[in-house]
Design a protein around this ligand. Structure first.
Ligand code: SME
Length: 157
């Protein structure tokens, strides 16, 4: 998908999700809503979901796509994103040291950390693609904005 088309697609998804976030402030409901919309509107999203921080481990949350690992520990892209506290874009997952392959068909990945309103690291948003190099700075920019919805405090819910 070219950059302009991808950006336009994310703009519309962002607006749709912003409206949906008014329904409840429950983070699980928001996570489920975000991955349902993303997975169904962006065809290169093969797997899309959340992992929640539980001590040294990450436990799977709402997701869309094939069956995934329930617990991540010891390494991988998701834990690296938590440790670095930054978004990680991986063009070729087979070259990422410690990558955890929940599904061997995945070839590229992006992981975005999520914070609550006090800045505590709570979870990651993880997206996998069947293609190499699917994710770029446009995905990072928009997925970071969308990840910000999950623990956002609303005045009306
Ligand atoms: N690849 C991730 C594991 C989660 S799956 O992609 C759904 C990792 O290395 O942390």
């Amino acid at each position: 998908m070219d950059q302009k088309k991808k950006n336009g697609r994310y703009e519309r998804i962002y607006e749709q999700l912003k409206g949906l976030m008014d329904k409840t402030s429950d983070p699980v409901a928001r996570m489920a809503t975000v991955c349902a919309v993303l997975k169904n509107k962006l065809e290169y999203f093969f797997w899309c979901g959340f992992y929640r921080v539980e001590g040294e481990k990450l436990i799977v949350g709402p997701y869309q796509g094939p069956l995934a690992c329930q617990v991540l520990q010891g390494g991988g892209v998701c834990l690296s994103s938590i440790q670095r506290n930054e978004t990680i874009v991986v063009a070729n997952v087979h070259e990422f040291p410690g990558h955890i392959a929940c599904d061997s068909r995945s070839n590229s990945e992006i992981v975005v950390p999520l914070h609550d309103h006090s800045g505590t690291l709570m979870a990651v948003l993880d997206v996998d693609s069947l293609d190499f190099g699917s994710f770029d700075e446009i995905d990072a920019l928009w997925l970071e904005k969308i990840a910000g919805f999950i623990y956002m405090t609303n005045t009306n819910v």
